[in-house]
Design a protein around this ligand. Structure first.
Ligand code: SF4
Ligand code: MG
Length: 327
């Protein structure tokens, strides 16, 4: 396993109390595999990723338990300079907002080239040539000329391609993309997602794709891990999830995707709001919103049950996963 997160726990101490952002998350991704981590904002998906990258705001963020194994090494035991060396070279992250992640006063060529100067000791001239090559790789037209331009001179979609180029520069083993297409319009979203999927295959990287939108992951992900209130509530191969979800929350998410064949029909939306992470409901955190909730759900936290009777490996943190799966 390239990356393995085991029972991770993260808290934020605020003036009003302790925010339990991540409450025992485990997931893994292999080389050449794409894991989609799905959830509403505040589900803990970004915080988990920041803990993996070692860029969690500390304090107030604090890892209170668990392990993060990358290529077999526990990242939480490494020194900060060792973590820094891994970032960029072995693991890279792509964020939603390219404009605030790129430096506005440097040309994209200089920013891309910087990676090769700093990490590979290349001359400015060679680094510039590498930058053009990378811009070609992510299919930015007229790379030779555009390498001299500044981030604001690119469209949102092109800027996101530049972010992907930066992440790819040193050919890391793992890329974490946090809502990489959320700020883009739908057609551009699909193009950027396709590009990411293609490059992942070509470079045989592991990809963790974080999104709130189940609609964007169908074609690119191998597995999905669904998060709710800082926990994984369901994990399964992508096709199984689409065919028959084994958790009522996943089912609700699926039913709220707009579909062409359901034109005119009212979209289902999960009722209620995600919980306050300072005061997570007892028992199953989803019970106040769950159409299948029973007494047991209000008292007992569901463990991550193995979903049996399928040929693939699946898990669901629902006491009544059978009813959900067959219902
Ligand atoms: Fe719903 Fe109960 Fe399952 Fe939670 S454990 S998802 S409340 S049925
Ligand atoms: Mg987020």
């Amino acid at each position: 396993m390239l990356l393995e997160v085991r029972d991770l726990q993260v808290e934020f101490r605020t003036r009003d109390g302790v925010v339990k952002a991540v409450n025992g998350v485990s997931y893994g991704v292999d080389a050449g595999e794409t894991l989609a981590v799905l959830g509403e904002s505040g589900s803990g998906k970004s915080v988990t990723a920041q803990a993996v990258m070692g860029i969690l705001d500390m304090p107030p963020g604090r890892i209170t338990g668990g392990e993060i194994l990358f290529q077999g090494r526990d990242l939480l035991k490494l020194r900060e300079d060792e973590r820094r060396r891994l970032r960029g070279a072995e693991m890279a992250m792509i964020f939603q907002d390219a404009l605030s992640s790129l430096n506005p006063v440097l040309t994209v060529g200089d920013q891309l080239g910087e990676m090769f100067v700093v990490h590979r000791g290349m001359s400015r001239k060679d680094a510039r040539a590498k930058a053009v090559e990378l811009m070609d790789r992510v299919r930015i037209p007229a790379a030779k000329e555009r390498v001299k331009q500044y981030p604001h001179q690119f469209s949102g979609g092109m800027r996101q391609r530049i972010m992907i180029a930066m992440a790819l520069a040193l050919e890391p083993a793992l890329i974490i993309a946090d809502e990489p297409t959320t700020a883009l319009d739908v057609t551009v979203q699909a193009q950027v997602m396709d590009l990411l999927a293609e490059l992942r295959r070509e470079y045989r990287m592991g990809l963790v794709l974080i999104t709130h939108d189940l609609g964007v992951v169908a074609d690119v992900a191998d597995r999905i891990a669904v998060m709710y209130a800082g926990r994984i509530v369901e994990s399964a191969p992508v096709h199984d999830i689409y065919k028959a979800p084994a958790h009522p929350y996943t089912k609700g998410l699926l039913e709220s995707i707009p579909r062409l064949d359901h034109k005119g029909r009212e979209l289902y939306a999960i009722k209620g709001l995600p919980p306050n992470l300072m005061n997570i409901p007892r028992g199953c955190a989803f019970h106040p919103r769950c159409p299948l909730a029973q007494d047991l759900c209000r008292t007992d936290v569901p463990p991550l049950y193995e979903v049996t009777g399928t040929d693939t490996t699946r898990h669901s943190a629902c006491h009544f996963w059978r009813e959900c799966l067959h219902g």
